[in-house]
Design a protein around this ligand. Structure first.
Ligand SMILES: [Zn+2]
Length: 258
C-alpha cells in the first residue's frame, strides 16, 4: 500500500470499517476486475482482441442466428483467454472475505468464472457464463465441457446431441434480454444488502448499472472502487478511483486482520 496516496489509504480504511460494521455486504463486479487477469473489456475500443472486428455487431443475437460460424470464430479467442485466465488478487480477496463471513454475495457482469475459480460460492452471473450451453431448438441445457476443446482447437461449432441443432452459449449477447430469473435474483440480492461495494464496473451497462441505486434507495451504504468515474460517484460513501487489483486486496487485508 506504500505507494498509494494518503487519501486512498484513508479511504481503504474507511471502506474496511463499513464492511466490518455491515451485516449484509454484496459486491458488484464488472469488466475492470477481470482486465488484470488478461481478459479485455470488450466494450472498450482498441483492446487487441477485438480490434479486428466490430464486437457490438458480431457478439449479437442476430449474428449468432444468421452467421453462427462467424460468431463462434469471433468467440474462439475469447474462450481461449477465459479458459486460461487465472483469478487475480482482487478475486481472491473477495473470496477470502466471503469465506470469513464478511461478504454475502457477488453479483457479476463477467462471464469468465473467475470468482468461482478464486473460491467464491455465492455468485450471481447477470450476463450468464460460458459454463453451459442451451439448444436453440429443443432447449436442452448442457455443460460446455465436452465442446470447449473441439471449439478452441479446431473451431468446431457445438451441436445438440439430442436433436442436432446448434447450441448457444448461456451468455447474454447484444440485443438479447437478460433472463428473468437471473435478473430477479440479482435485484433481490441488491435490495437485501446494507452495503454494496462496486468493484471494477463503470456502471454504464443497464440494467445492472441500476442495482447500486436500488441498494441506495433502501438505505444501503455504497463503496465504489473503479479506475474511472461512474454516474454514482457523488452518492458513494467511499469513492476510490484506483486499480481494483491493488485496492480490493488492501481493503480485505484491513477487514481480515483488523
Ligand atoms: Zn436440441
Amino acid at each position: 500500500m506504500s505507494d498509494l496516496s494518503n487519501n486512498v489509504v484513508d479511504s481503504i480504511g474507511f471502506a474496511a470499517e463499513l464492511i466490518c460494521k455491515s451485516k449484509h455486504t454484496v459486491i458488484l463486479t464488472g469488466a475492470g476486475i477481470s482486465t488484470p487477469s488478461g481478459i479485455p473489456d470488450f466494450r472498450s475500443e482498441g483492446t487487441g482482441l477485438w480490434s479486428y472486428d466490430e464486437p457490438l455487431e458480431v457478439a449479437s443475437l442476430s449474428t449468432f442466428r444468421y452467421h453462427p460460424e462467424r460468431f463462434f470464430e469471433w468467440m474462439r479467442p475469447l474462450v481461449i483467454r477465459i479458459i486460461n485466465a487465472q483469478p487475480n488478487p482482487a478475486h481472491i480477496a473477495i473470496a477470502r472475505m466471503e469465506q470469513a463471513g464478511y461478504v454475502k454475495a457477488v453479483i457479476t457482469q463477467n462471464i469468465d468464472n473467475l470468482h468461482q475459480k478464486a473460491g467464491s460460492s455465492n455468485v450471481y452471473e447477470t450476463h450468464g457464463s460460458l459454463a453451459s450451453l442451451t439448444c436453440t431448438q429443443c432447449f436442452q441445457r448442457t455443460s460446455s465441457d465436452p465442446f470447449i476443446r473441439p471449439l478452441i482447437e479446431n473451431g468446431q461449432i457445438p451441436y445438440c446431441q439430442k436433436c442436432g441443432s446448434i447450441l448457444k452459449p448461456n451468455v447474454i449477447l447484444f440485443g438479447e434480454q437478460m433472463p428473468y430469473d437471473a435478473w430477479q435474483a440479482a435485484q433481490l440480492t441488491a435490495r437485501s444488502c446494507d452495503l454494496m461495494l462496486v468493484a471494477g464496473s463503470s456502471l454504464e451497462v443497464l440494467p445492472v448499472a441500476s442495482l447500486p441505486m436500488q441498494a441506495l434507495d433502501r438505505g444501503a451504504h455504497l463503496v465504489i472502487v473503479n479506475q474511472t468515474p461512474t454516474y454514482l460517484g457523488v452518492r458513494a460513501d467511499v469513492l476510490i478511483l484506483e486499480d481494483v487489483a491493488r485496492v480490493i486486496p488492501a481493503i480485505a487485508e484491513c477487514v481480515l486482520n483488523g
